[in-house]
Design a protein around this ligand. Structure first.
Ligand code: ZN
Length: 316
């Protein structure tokens, strides 16, 4: 590589937050000397090691879903209009998966980055995603300076923070991991900046996005029944309370308030939900009622167990 990339002067050390200086295809911390290189696909891995142990949530099946037309629509009808609701220049997608949104924002002239575990970097490479726009790191130790971004999105991510490799089972210490995640997202957000968080609501007992891979009801008849229902309908019926990898609106609100957020408020999910599980099979007749339910759920119930999806905006 000749000259400096656009990441020069932007990235910082996940250990000490010192500025990283760019060398020949690597970055080194000016303060503590740690050096970070690129993986075999050519994407920077800026982490203190152990990313591979965090497992992989963007599987081939998920990548296919994230690249589907429903997901494209989600960008155009929800995410980009949300971002443009307030002026912004710099955006970060934390847990970007296949990284659909970032290239669109770059095309619109914004400064945008996507970060995820190394899993999707093969996909990034095949889609020719920019080597200086996508970075592998830990979502709880972001390689960016304090207050760098105007807006962050982290969609369908928090339920995988602090879980065991490749599934939805909570690991010991998951609460600390949640706290580190909330603190670091707020750290890289500028004062007055925004964070958009989305994920299925724990308090709503139907989850269309995750297979029955938690151990909330370990083995036995209940687990077998849940697995059968999931294989026929694509919907995971789960217990709406207790320790589970999904979180409720109140739990996420509390997490970010304790991490120092100025405010947290629920947003409508109208236009976000692709409802692709209703496209075929047994659930097809329910597509219209499901859409009407989501679009007409009264604002006062957005925080409640009646909302299938937690969509919230955190302000710093
Ligand atoms: Zn350092």
């Amino acid at each position: 590589m000749t000259g400096k990339s656009k990441l020069s002067g932007v990235l910082c050390c996940p250990r000490c937050h010192g500025l990283l200086s760019e060398g020949h295809d690597s970055f080194s911390c000016q303060a503590c000397g740690l050096t970070f290189g690129r993986n075999k696909e050519g994407y920077l891995e800026i982490a203190l090691g152990g990313l591979e142990k965090m497992g992989q949530t963007t599987t081939g099946e998920l990548a296919r879903l994230q690249a589907s037309s429903g997901a494209e629509r989600m960008d155009d009808e929800y995410i980009i209009p949300y971002l443009r609701r307030e002026p912004f220049a710099r955006m970060l997608d934390v847990g970007c998966g296949i990284g659909r949104t970032v290239p669109k924002l770059l095309g619109l002239g914004y400064e945008a980055y996507g970060v995820d575990l190394p899993g999707p970097s093969g996909f990034w490479s095949r889609q020719q995603r920019g080597k200086n726009s996508f970075i592998c790191c830990d979502a709880c130790a972001l390689p960016f300076p304090d207050g760098y971004f105007d807006v962050l999105t982290s969609l369908g991510v928090i339920e995988h923070i602090g879980t065991i490799v490749g599934d939805c089972t909570l690991a010991p210490g998951y609460r600390q991991a949640h706290r580190r995640y909330a603190r670091d997202l707020l750290r890289v957000t500028r004062p007055g900046g925004r964070i958009l968080i989305a994920r299925p609501n724990k308090n709503f007992p139907l989850d269309p996005q995750h297979a029955v891979s938690d151990q909330a009801s370990r083995g036995g008849a209940m687990m077998r029944m849940r697995e059968q229902i999931f294989s026929k309908t694509g919907i995971n019926i789960h217990c709406p309370f207790g320790a589970y990898h999904l979180l409720s609106y109140r739990e996420i609100e509390k997490l970010f308030q304790e991490a120092g957020a100025a405010s947290v408020r629920p947003l409508s999910i109208k236009g976000y939900f692709a409802l692709s599980m209703f496209d075929s099979g047994l659930l097809r007749p329910l597509a219209l009622p499901a859409r009407l339910y989501i679009e007409h759920l009264p604002r006062r119930l957005w925080r409640s167990f009646l909302n299938p999806y937690v969509m919230l905006e955190v302000k710093k």
